[in-house]
Design a protein around this ligand. Structure first.
Ligand SMILES: *[C@@H]1O[C@H](CO)[C@@H](O)[C@H](O)[C@H]1NC(C)=O
Ligand SMILES: *[C@@H]1O[C@H](CO)[C@@H](O)[C@H](O)[C@H]1NC(C)=O
Ligand SMILES: *[C@@H]1O[C@H](CO)[C@@H](O)[C@H](O)[C@H]1NC(C)=O
Ligand SMILES: *[C@@H]1O[C@H](CO)[C@@H](O)[C@H](O)[C@H]1NC(C)=O
Ligand SMILES: *[C@@H]1O[C@H](CO)[C@@H](O)[C@H](O)[C@H]1NC(C)=O
Ligand SMILES: *[C@@H]1O[C@H](CO)[C@@H](O)[C@H](O)[C@H]1NC(C)=O
Length: 938
């Protein structure tokens, strides 16, 4: 690892001299010869000669190497020379043509060849094609129309299913931030000092992290295991394959296990994270970006010094024979603290930098040119789309941007992001990769990021490339992984449907030619027709009429509609797409077959959906944290604040701020109504408010911006509510019990909200995840009801609710799952189903089958705009009807929190909203007047 295996590719001026052009009048030929001689005689005894000779030779030894104390051993001198040779290699990181590979280094003896027949192959770069694929010796060995079945081969009939290369996640903390999250399993950030380029994720990596199986089941075959982003220089990273190794050895999981010429990786970070932690919490440097810049430059300056000392040593060693000398006085200069940084300067270490803001990116580009280091990739980089030209100024290579498709707003540096970012970057010639941030974003669903990028305009091929060939290249591993081509590692994924379609999942995953998912019955695979072609639907064209598509458009006719779903009962479908919707004076007056109405409205502008239109009611967000209460989660001053333990029952209505980006994005995605509760450290969170997401203020919509001031009383039980006042979960449940009983007993000082709860007038929403806690709460409800109380209880978050689904159904307790697909991250909520292909069921499917009234909530405020996709995903997993899927994010939730179940507005799509590609064409209602056309995500 510490060997310098490669030739520096720096410009000649950057290190003072190079081996290619030694600063000697004798020329390279002479030196090459001497150098060979030098090696040959390295074992010969030390010849002592006076120093004067050399001391005087400034011209030939400009680095002032002192020969006076010629005292290092032959052995150490030879070691140093060996290192010089390694540094000076000209073939560094030059890999043999994959087609000449005889065997994958990671090949497991005894693995039989596998022939995949009748596949539809996306190779990671080019247009898909139909064909067969043969893997053997852990390699892809043949691709073609029809391949002969070799002796001994396993034959898998793909029946037209899509094959892609294994997914490469270039930003994961799998194994260093293992499930479940405990103080003991957190090995991501060594945050005792901001500069730790010398630590290595491999030293903390836990190959038994249960996340491995989940991640792999999502088609991810390779991950770059990065240290966290808390430090300016975070440490070294490693690439592992997600295949289980019987040895439980981290080393055996490395992609480059057994390879001589390994790439190394480094993680650094700029911007908010380091300064926030060290400055704000520890009051030490860096407390600003200024400090971060200095710390980074100072390190690189020191690393450069070491690099020069090494080069000088090598140079001097080479020059020695000329002076009749054979050894130097000092060993080859090394310093473990700067070793990895010198590796970056020598182009042996690929640098991956967490960086968001335009000025952070530019600062890093500036440093790269000052110290002559390449930036392999900027990670997250949500602002990068604004400065592609700055990225191109980086030293020697254009960095890859490894990013998210739809995340935004959680901190200031993520606030200016755009869903169009990946497309803009790609068009500007910047390589774009999608990555997780596992476990922050479950790597299992990385393909969903690529699919979103596709929806927002990145091409189909680039979207697939963004999780295969692009990250593989950024990792310097494109001779091994990320493509389906002859000689590549046999890491391939067989997909249930097109991988970029909503809810698609792998059927089987191969790593090094070995199938990874157990108990897969290939004979049950369906026959696939031609894979989905992405439908591109046009934006709606504003009618010529005055005021069309403005807040003044009080009336209008929507035609060319294929499907209308309004509520639990009403659903209309017309194959010919000849349904319509009529709006008059801001009211929906007809839906469906409205010819009669249309005829009477000759003046009204006509909005034509081209026969593909779909009309849904407003979607409803309940339980997404902080929507409307705080704009940038990491910035207290952008929101209401976090009440602690002292105050009475607060109403979110009093802290609500209209007009923010999160609300606006929700509105534009057809989530016209939001229900938000306050957040507190207390068991009692407070009263939720229902509001129109499109409203400008509480005064707009003639006061109807606030739909309901007091929707439900929200309480929270579990780990997150442990506090000074409630140090135990049992104390939380005891508090709830006492307060509810007091309310029921009619005590004069009982809180009015709890009285409303026990009378069934105010729904009670309990945020809870653990099964045993849920059971205690079911029992509490029954206890109270035995005494005559009436409660409308539902559970929010509810990771383990499915384990008691039947009891919940019987107790008439609704469930709001947040998120839809859980992860076993919390110790007390590990009962969590991974979904296909690992489990047939999900939490939702179990609850659904048991007859529990269940709805879905966005996990983060920025995910509210994805509610329709979350529902569509559930639809795909559970084989729900479209109406049932809509119910999960509208009327089911409305019933749970006691809001009207009818549409409070209409959302008109230009295509099928249950698949990527369709967009909102028009919105009626949601706190705005008139008809809003073609609202687009920011
Ligand atoms: C480095 O390589 C150059 C040319 O490839 C050669 O002239 C020089 O002697 C080498 N130096 C060392 C220290 O191996
Ligand atoms: C080599 O010489 C230097 C300078 O005279 C001295 O400080 C050092 O201890 C010597 N090292 C050994 C291993 O003798
Ligand atoms: C694999 O098998 C080959 C030939 O059968 C043998 O030479 C080699 O040592 C084996 N490798 C391992 C790791 O068992
Ligand atoms: C509540 O907040 C106040 C003001 O910040 C603080 O003084 C008090 O200690 C807090 N109480 C608890 C229990 O955290
Ligand atoms: C409420 O009244 C009960 C007696 O009915 C008393 O014990 C309790 O301290 C009172 N609590 C508060 C908060 O005033
Ligand atoms: C899905 O449901 C439809 C009816 O809505 C049914 O025809 C179809 O067979 C179901 N598919 C599966 C895989 O269960």
């Amino acid at each position: 690892m510490a060997d310098y295996q490669s030739v520096p590719q720096h410009d000649n001026e950057e290190v003072g001299h190079t081996y290619d052009q030694p600063p000697t009048p004798k020329g390279p030929a002479f030196l090459r010869k001497k150098s060979t001689l030098l090696l040959a005689t390295a074992a010969i005894a030390l010849i002592t000669t006076t120093a004067y000779l050399f001391g005087a030779s400034n011209e030939l030894s400009p680095r002032k190497v002192h020969f006076e104390d010629v005292n290092i051993s032959n052995h150490h001198f030879a070691q140093g020379v060996k290192k010089c040779k390694a540094i000076n290699r000209t073939d560094k990181h030059v890999y043999a043509d994959p087609e000449t590979r005889l065997q994958n280094q990671r090949f497991v003896n005894g693995t039989r060849p596998t022939l995949f027949k009748n596949g539809f192959i996306f190779d990671g770069e080019h247009e898909a094609f139909k064909g067969d694929l043969l893997i053997d010796r852990g390699l892809i060995v043949e691709i073609g129309g029809k391949i002969e079945t070799p002796k001994n081969a396993v034959v898998v009939d793909l029946k037209g299913h899509i094959v892609t290369p294994g997914i490469v996640d270039m930003h994961s903390h799998f194994g260093v931030d293992s499930w479940p999250a405990l103080a003991a399993t957190s090995d991501t950030n060594e945050m005792t000092q901001p500069l730790t380029p010398f630590i290595r994720s491999i030293d903390g990596f836990n190959p038994s992290d249960p996340a491995r199986e989940w991640i792999l089941s999502g088609g991810v075959t390779t991950s770059l295991i990065l240290p966290g982003s808390g430090n300016v220089m975070g440490g070294e990273a490693y690439t592992v394959k997600m295949r289980k190794v019987d040895t439980l050895s981290t080393d055996d999981m490395l992609v480059q296990a057994g390879e001589d010429d390994k790439w190394r990786y480094m993680k650094m970070a700029c911007g908010e994270n380091p300064k926030r932690y060290y400055g704000e919490y520890l009051n030490r440097m860096p407390s600003t970006r200024l400090g971060e810049g200095w710390l980074l430059r100072d390190q690189f300056a020191k690393a450069t010094e070491l690099l020069r000392a090494q080069d000088d040593w090598c140079h001097a060693a080479e020059e020695l024979p000329k002076w009749g000398r054979h050894r130097l006085d000092k060993p080859f200069p090394e310093d473990l603290q700067y070793e990895a940084l010198v590796g970056i300067l020598r182009d042996d270490v690929k640098l991956n930098i967490h960086c968001y803001e335009t000025h952070d990116l530019e600062a890093m580009v500036r440093h790269s040119n000052e110290y002559k280091f390449k930036i392999s990739a900027f990670h997250h980089g949500l602002d990068a789309y604004r400065v592609p030209e700055i990225l191109k100024r980086a030293y020697k290579v254009v960095p890859t941007v490894a990013t998210f498709a739809g995340k935004f707003g959680y901190k200031k540096e993520a606030f200016q992001s755009s869903v169009n970012g990946p497309k803009i970057l790609a068009e500007a010639g910047i390589p774009v990769a999608m990555k997780s941030d596992h476990p922050v974003l479950n790597s299992q669903h990385l393909i969903y990021e690529a699919a979103q990028a596709r929806h927002y305009g990145l091409s189909e091929l680039l979207s697939i490339a963004s999780v295969t060939s692009v990250p593989a290249k950024a990792l310097g591993l494109d001779h091994r992984i990320g493509k389906i081509a002859i000689g590549m590692d046999a890491d391939v994924v067989i997909w249930e449907r097109h991988p970029l379609s909503l809810g698609s999942h792998p059927l089987q995953v191969y790593i090094d030619g070995i199938p990874q998912i157990e108990n897969v019955d290939e004979s049950k695979w369906s026959v696939q027709e031609e894979p989905l072609k992405f439908e591109e639907y046009p934006d709606i064209v504003a009618p010529k009429s005055k005021d069309a598509c403005t807040e003044k458009s009080e009336s209008g006719v929507f035609t060319g509609i294929k499907k209308i779903i309004l509520n639990d009962e009403e659903e209309l479908f017309s194959q010919g797409g000849d349904l319509s919707v009529v709006i008059e004076h801001g009211e929906v007056v007809c839906t469906g077959h409205c010819d009669h109405r249309v005829a009477s409205m000759k003046q009204a502008p006509i909005y034509n959906l081209g026969g593909e239109g779909v009309v849904l009611p407003s979607l409803l967000s309940v339980g997404a944290p902080n929507l409307g209460l705080i704009e940038i989660a990491a910035e207290e001053t952008t929101g209401d604040g976090h009440p602690n333990l002292s105050s009475g029952i607060l109403a979110a209505a009093d802290g609500l701020k209209f007009g923010g980006l999160h609300m606006d994005e929700a509105y534009k995605a057809g989530v016209l109504t939001g229900v938000t509760a306050p957040e507190s450290e207390h068991v009692v969170q407070g009263l939720s408010v229902a509001f129109a997401t499109g409203a400008e203020s509480a005064l707009s919509s003639k006061g109807a911006a606030i739909i309901k001031e007091k929707v439900a009383l929200h309480v929270r039980v579990g780990q997150d509510s442990k506090s000074v006042l409630f140090p135990t979960v049992s104390s939380q449940i005891a508090y709830l019990r006492n307060t509810l009983k007091k309310a029921q007993s009619g005590a004069p000082n009982a809180s009015e909200e709890f009285v409303a709860v026990v009378r069934g007038k105010l729904p009670l929403v309990i945020e809870v995840d653990n099964r045993d806690e849920i059971i205690r709460l079911i029992q509490l409800k029954q206890e109270l009801e035995k005494d005559g109380a009436k409660l409308r209880v539902s559970l929010l978050s509810a990771t383990e609710a499915w384990t008691v689904a039947e009891h919940l159904a019987k107790a008439e307790i609704g469930v709001i799952l947040r998120p839809y697909l859980c992860t076993p991250v919390q110790w007390t909520a590990q009962k969590c189903l991974p979904g296909a292909p690992l489990s047939k069921d999900t939490g939702l499917s179990v609850l659904y089958k048991a007859g529990v009234n269940v709805g879905l909530a966005a996990h983060e405020p920025e995910d509210v705009r994805q509610l329709s996709w979350i529902a569509a995903w559930a639809r795909s997993d559970l084989n729900l009807t479209e109406k049932e899927a809509v119910g999960l994010v509208s009327w089911n939730l409305a019933k749970i929190v006691g809001l009207p179940t009818g549409p409070s507005g209409l959302v008109i799509y230009n295509g099928n909203p249950f698949e990527f590609g369709a967009k909102v064409s028009a919105i009626v209602g949601g706190g705005k007047t008139g008809i809003q056309c073609n609202p687009r995500a920011f």
